[in-house]
Design a protein around this ligand. Sequence first.
Ligand SMILES: Nc1nc2c(c(=O)[nH]1)N[C@H]1C(S)=C(S)[C@@H](COP(=O)(O)O)O[C@H]1N2
Ligand SMILES: [Mo]
Length: 166
Amino acid sequence: MGRVRALLCCVFALVAATSHALEQPTGQVLLTVSGSIEQTNVGNAAEFDLEMLQNLPVTEFQTTTIWTDGVQTFTGVSVAALLDALDADGREVVAHALNDYAVNIPMNAFESGAPIIAYLHNGNEMSLRTKGPLWIVYPYDHDTDYQTDIAFLRSVWQLDRLTVLE
Ligand SMILES: Nc1nc2c(c(=O)[nH]1)N[C@H]1C(S)=C(S)[C@@H](COP(=O)(O)O)O[C@H]1N2
Ligand SMILES: [Mo]
C-alpha cells in the first residue's frame, strides 16, 4: 500500500510537471500564441478564449485614440503579463490580425506594461466591425511615446495570433 501510494505520488508529480499548465479553452478561441513559449495547451501553442484572457491580470485605462471620438475605456491584459504567463522568451513578437496585417514588435517594447490586448471597449466586447474581438491598444494620452507612428502601427485590431521569435 505504501509502495503503491508512493508510486502514485511519483506519477502525479510527473504528470503535474510535464502536462500543460494552461487550461483548455472552452469558448471560441480568440488568440493563439505560438513560438518560443513554455506554457501550451494545444500542441506547441497556447489558445485563449475570452474567459482565459479575463483570468489574466487586468489592465484598464482611459484614453482618446486616433480611431475614435472622445475618451475611451479599454480593458485587457498587458502583452507583458500575457507573455509572462506563458514563460515566453524571445527577441520579438509578430502580432498578426484576421485581415492578414502583421507587425513585428521587439520584446523590450512591452516592458512599460503597454500595450494591452483589449477585450473590452467601454465595457463592451468588440465585434469584428468595431476592431475586435481583440485590439492591441496603448494609453495614447499618457505618454508622447504612444502618440508615434510606431505605436499606431503596432495598434493591431482584429488581433488573432502572436508568434514569439527567438
Ligand atoms: N488589423 C489591422 N491593424 C492595423 C492595420 C491594419 O491594416 N490591420 N494597420 C496598422 C497601421 S500600418 C497603422 S499606421 C495604424 C493606423 O491605421 P489607420 O490610420 O489606417 O487607421 O493601424 C495599424 N493596425
Ligand atoms: Mo501605417
